[in-house]
Design a protein around this ligand. Structure first.
Ligand code: LLP
Length: 456
């Protein structure tokens, strides 16, 4: 009965089921029921899918002959409930700001499991990382190394660092905004310019305040073709071997970063997570062996591939504008404020109705409610002739949607719930009108205050 949705099931969370009433359920909870209870836009995370992705990563690393650690890149989505869940699954957390460190700390992630990244960490952020006692600081520049050294007050407790190398490798199959491994990048210490070598020498001088444990690379994100990982790992290990020869600096730890791509549409064909992790882990082991270096502790740092498919966005259709001979615009109650990815990267998504309908199919453009013509979620989608009130589900909305959400047009950021075995947990409540005033220091006139309260 739902055959016309094609392969879209493969994009939905693992527990997605079409119930006898023709409506989609996740972990035994009807999406329409959740939308009724929590309103729309609504983001729903399926916990089983997240646990399944963690298990796939563990399986992928199982063949690695040394120690392997998974670290979740919190920038993909940093809800405290999610961080807590991933920490319980044994993952560490990669943070790129004082804000993310704070959220991970609030989630109870053990500080030694935190990895602190960033191309321009402020003095305050570094000081916070030291105060929390984060497990690793990934140093991105020579300048940061000096700043960090100045902040270390207790040299009996060396700060454990990795150097983020810029290997000069560019993954071509992802959007230019998501490439980080090429020389012309704000990220990392270029091997090619000698900065990386200078950083190693400087770390050794700074011992015992700074303990250099090894190296980190991250070439980009939403990558399907794994070959550039191999080139980048090889270049990093050529460099490691040279540093071992010159300085006796032996890397005990190595991170090839994150970046494995996921399918957003049924045409996308990423490498499956366990296979991707196993392949890259194998390349790291080979690179170390080939140069007579010890097998490093391997740190994989996925964001998107752990959480993207677990999350769906649920919207309600409002205005449907049919322009005969031109096109039909179907506007939903969210858009670029909760998902900027189509506007920013030309990211493609698919959509499916939350409940089956036998209305005739119609080609439509799915747009948001914000005041930009670029507020398009899906350029061309096929839906059963849409009407006001229909509920729509966009799969693969779990990564970098809410993480990049804004209050554009004073939009209220949506409720986020997680479902597992029929239970519903609210991870984040919907923003309220008074949240819009939280940072206003001029306050409300008392008369207005009363007026606003009536709406909140
Ligand atoms: N490690 C580092 C150092 C990173 O910079 C990133 C992502 C990751 C790990 C995780 O990469 P993932 O496994 O999630 O691909 N906003 C863009 C993605 C930006 C990714 C930034 N760095 C998007 O929506 O596509």
């Amino acid at each position: 009965m739902h055959g016309s949705y094609g392969d879209i099931e493969s994009l939905l969370p693992d527990t997605a089921t079409w119930e006898a009433d023709g409506c989609l359920s996740l972990a035994g909870r009807s999406v329409a029921g959740l939308a009724e209870a929590f309103g729309t836009p609504l983001y729903v995370y399926d916990v089983a899918t997240i646990r399944g992705c963690c298990a796939a990563y563990r399986a992928g690393c199982a063949g690695y002959p040394g120690e392997a650690q998974l670290v979740y890149a919190a920038k993909a989505f940093a809800a405290v409930g999610l961080l807590r869940l991933l920490a319980a699954e044994g993952l560490g957390v990669d943070c790129v700001s004082g804000g993310e460190l704070f959220l991970a700390w609030c989630a109870g992630v053990p500080p030694e499991c935190l990895v602190f990244h960033g191309n321009n960490k402020s003095e305050e952020e570094l000081a916070l990382a030291l105060r929390l006692g984060v497990g690793r600081i990934v140093v991105d520049s020579l300048d940061e190394l000096e700043l960090l050294a100045r902040l270390v007050t207790d040299p009996s407790e060396p700060v454990r660092v990795l150097l983020r190398l810029n290997p000069g490798v560019e993954p071509h199959d992802t959007h230019a905004y998501r490439r980080t491994g090429q020389l012309d990048s704000k990220f990392g210490l270029p091997i090619a310019t000698g900065d990386a070598a200078r950083a190693v020498a400087r770390c050794l001088e700074l011992w015992p305040a700074i303990a250099l444990l090894g190296y980190h690379i991250h070439i980009g994100s939403q990558i399907f073709d794994l070959a550039p990982y191999r080139s980048a790992i090889e270049r990093a290990y050529d460099f490691a071997a040279e540093m071992a020869r010159i300085h006796g600096a032996i890397p005990q730890e190595f991170s090839p970063g994150g970046g494995f791509g996921v399918a957003y549409t049924v045409e996308d064909r990423p490498v499956e997570v366990a296979a991707a992790a196993a392949t890259v882990a194998g390349w790291v082991a080979d690179a170390a062996r080939a140069r007579g270096l010890p097998l490093p502790r391997l740190v994989l740092e996925p964001g998107r591939s752990l959480v993207a498919r677990a999350g769906v966005a649920v919207y309600r259709v409002g205005t449907v504008k049919r322009i005969p001979g031109v096109r039909t615009y179907v506007a939903v109650d969210g858009g670029m404020a909760d998902n900027i990815r189509p506007a920013l990267y030309g990211a493609r998504y698919q959509v499916v109705p939350a409940c089956w309908s036998d209305r005739p199919p119609e080609r439509v453009r799915l747009v948001g409610k914000y005041c930009e013509s670029g507020d398009v979620l899906i350029d061309e989608a096929e839906l059963p002739s849409p009407q006001r009130g229909d509920l729509l589900v966009i799969p693969v909305a779990g990564a970098y949607c809410l993480a990049m959400a804004s209050n554009y047009n004073a939009a209220l950021r949506p409720t986020v719930v997680a479902v597992e075995d029929g239970d519903v947990m609210v991870w984040q409540r919907r923003e309220r009108l008074d949240d819009l005033l939280a940072r206003e220091v001029s306050g409300c006139f008392s008369g207005r205050d009363v007026e606003f309260r009536r709406f909140s």
